[in-house]
Design a binder for this molecule. Structure first.
Ligand SMILES: C[S@@+](CC[C@H](N)C(=O)[O-])C[C@H]1O[C@@H](n2cnc3c(N)ncnc32)[C@H](O)[C@@H]1O
Length: 253
């Protein structure tokens, strides 16, 4: 079986340096997550980043709010190594767990979290896995805690969705041709184009780009118990999905 693409160290290094080029709204989406955390009062306590990669978002969280600690959960040791190096200056405020989001990761969250954040990772889960993951998020948050998933989402209308993936693929092609990204990153971008443009509408399995609409996913949020669900930010293929855990913590979790 081919190795899952995000596990290759050259790709992790390539994404680490090229994220803001590859993702046209990378910083803006991070800004939106930080703004929502501030609005929800999630500026102290534990912040969990699911698929947190090389720790770029958590670095901003820890710099901004000294009363936070952070846990990054990721299935790529290559990404986690980069995160450990980036966040070394924060010492014991950080921890890292090697885990697939398809698994039950609740046991590694040692205290109810103030916020669970994620960027560009959860769309790799198939629909059932997303629902389970969002349930685990709900179970792991403190009362008032917030889930913020900034991710690739499918537009309601097929032709709009197609236009959005084609637009991003064109952007990727420009990066490849101008050699603005590393060879490993260029290879991954070609793979993204094949799956999402050339094979548009094809079947998807866990690990692929399992794009789902905001409405479907906010439905999963509600099923998990989240309230105040909304999409506070959206740009082209990307949206920030928000849900709040209102109420008391279930002591069995
Ligand atoms: C595009 S990178 C984004 C990294 C980081 N969130 C950021 O925005 O810079 C995708 C990340 O999700 C992680 N990831 C993908 N699928 C995953 C899964 N099933 N379980 C855990 N992590 C996953 C990858 O290892 C990688 O770190």
């Amino acid at each position: 079986m081919a190795e899952y693409r995000w596990n290759q160290s050259e790709l992790a290094a390539g994404y680490n340096v090229g994220a803001t080029l590859v993702h046209p709204h990378y910083v803006e989406m991070q800004d939106a997550i930080l703004a929502e955390m501030a609005g929800a009062g999630a500026t102290d306590g534990l912040v969990v980043d699911l698929g947190g990669g090389s720790g770029r978002l958590i670095e901003r969280v820890l710099d901004r709010w000294p009363d936070t600690t952070a846990l990054i959960v990721d299935q790529s040791q290559a990404f986690l190594d980069l995160a450990a190096s980036r966040l070394e200056r924060f010492g014991e405020r950080t921890s890292f767990v090697f885990r697939r989001l398809q698994e039950d990761w609740r046991g590694v969250v040692t205290q109810p979290a103030a916020a669970i954040v994620s960027m560009s990772a959860i769309h790799h889960l198939d629909p059932d896995e997303k629902q389970q993951c969002y349930q685990r998020c709900f179970d792991s948050l403190r009362p008032g805690g917030v889930l913020l998933n900034g991710d690739e989402v499918r537009a309601e209308l097929d032709d709009v969705y197609r236009e959005q993936v084609e637009c991003w693929a064109e952007h990727m092609q420009t990066l490849i041709e101008s050699e603005a990204v590393t060879p490993a990153m260029a290879e991954a971008l070609r793979g993204w184009r094949k799956q999402n443009v050339e094979e548009f509408g094809g079947s998807r399995v866990s690990g692929d780009d399992c794009h789902e609409t905001s409405d479907s996913q906010l439905g999963y949020f509600a099923q998990a118990g989240f309230e105040q669900t909304s999409v506070p930010w959206r740009r082209e293929l990307w949206a920030l999905l928000k849900g709040v855990r209102v109420g008391s913590v279930d002591s069995s979790c």
